[in-house]
Design a protein around this ligand. Structure first.
Ligand SMILES: Cc1ncc(COP(=O)(O)O)c(C=O)c1O
Length: 380
């Protein structure tokens, strides 16, 4: 008798409970489905979560990051230092506001920006630093803000993956300059699509509101003025209601993610067939578990590994398949192969293995067994 086939295990899947689904149905029946009471409730709840700092939501973190740069006054001719390994949105928003992204390499295991290179990259045109808390592992916040203070730079934290992460016991977003979070379905908290900016002076917060809705401000009960020609990026109440349900479960989700990640590390404590990512501490929200494949010692490619995992019913992601500076849009700015070797190697070798709150510990066992088996058979 052959064993029954195990259900497909994706590399990630959102967990949305029945109470949230019912709540969304109520919003849909209420007659008010775009930005309204639920957006205000979500912003208030997030503000409380981030220690009382202001929070403004947008329809995705790409908008959050772009608006944060704009309200921080970043414009044409400015330079913004950012890592060469991230989701491309991090760099795209810098280009979109007219500034130049100045890349630095990342740690091979932390995937976070190398602060020695950051210091070396500062020029008279540098206006801001845009670090990424990659996979939810916080960057060294002490060093980041020491550099920013010394050189009078703004910081726009790309905290897209870092909700619930903490540095020395303080939540990312609860201190510092501007921090942007994503609520995309892959993230630890989802609103389907969504994002937010945390922080900012009262003036910057009101500019965030203008940027997400046509640059319009109310001047009287029946009057508006358009102060500048902005676009539109407001979150819907349907999305916000999903976020409220998610926020209530966030600590539980993150605790579960940490347990699952701990299982990977303990099963691969010896003779791991992959290069493990930096483990972090209890301040890691374990957004992703992304080891590197030892491709030089394998007779198969990354794609073949992914296909063999798929044949065993296990999904594998790639975050991210290329360092940003190697994309056509960034080569056009003068960037070349070989400039950021760690970012480039991560791009070639990284695989994201399943990690999401609804998984069982036995699912981790299954992934570890399949990965180990495939890689041992493919060893040169
Ligand atoms: C590091 C990073 N920055 C920015 C973004 C953009 O977020 P969104 O998809 O919400 O626009 C993401 C989302 O994948 C991300 O992972």
């Amino acid at each position: 008798m052959t064993e029954p086939r195990k259900p497909y295990l994706p590399f990630t899947r959102p967990t949305i409970d029945e109470e949230t689904i019912q709540g969304v149905a109520e919003v849909l029946r209420s007659g008010w489905i775009t930005s309204g009471p639920n957006v205000r409730k979500l912003e208030a709840a997030l503000s409380e979560y981030f220690g009382g700092r202001p929070v403004r939501t947008q329809m995705h973190a790409t908008a959050s990051l772009e608006h944060a740069l704009l309200v921080a006054g970043i414009r044409a001719g400015d330079e913004v230092i950012t890592p060469a390994m991230s989701f491309v949105a991090t760099a795209n928003v810098i280009v979109r506001v007219g500034a130049r992204p100045v890349f630095v390499d990342v740690g091979l295991d932390t995937r976070n920006m190398d602060f020695d290179q950051v210091e070396a990259a500062i020029t008279p045109r540098t206006r801001a630093l845009m670090p990424v808390h990659f996979a939810g592992l916080p960057v060294d916040m002490d060093r980041l803000y020491a550099i920013a203070r010394r050189h009078r730079l703004r910081v726009i934290e790309d905290a897209a993956q870092a909700i619930g992460s903490a540095w020395r016991g303080r939540r990312i977003g609860s201190f510092g300059d501007l921090a942007c979070f994503s609520f995309h379905p892959n993230k630890n908290l989802t609103t389907i699509e969504g994002g937010c900016v945390v922080g900012g002076s009262p003036e910057e917060v009101s500019r965030l509101e203008l940027h997400r809705f046509h640059g319009q401000a109310k001047t009287a009960a029946d009057q508006v003025d358009t102060l500048f020609a902005a676009g539109k990026a407001n979150l819907s109440d349907v999305a916000a209601r999903v976020g409220l349900g998610q926020l209530a479960a966030l600590e539980q989700f993150n605790a579960r993610r940490r347990e699952l990640a701990a299982r990977y590390y303990s099963l691969w404590a010896h003779d791991a067939p992959v290069r493990l990512p930096a483990r972090g501490d209890e301040g890691h929200n374990c957004h992703m578990f992304a080891p590197l494949l030892p491709l030089e010692r394998l007779s198969i490619s990354r794609l073949q590994f992914i296909q063999q995992m798929e044949e065993r019913g296990i999904g594998v992601g790639v975050h991210y398949a290329s360092a940003i500076h190697l994309f056509t849009a960034y080569r056009a700015l003068g960037y070349r192969d070989g400039q950021f070797p760690n970012a480039e190697r991560i791009g070639r070798e990284t695989v994201t293995l399943p990690l999401f709150p609804a998984m069982e510990l036995s699912d981790v066992d299954r992934v570890v067994e399949a990965t180990t088996d495939i890689l041992r058979s493919a060893a040169k």
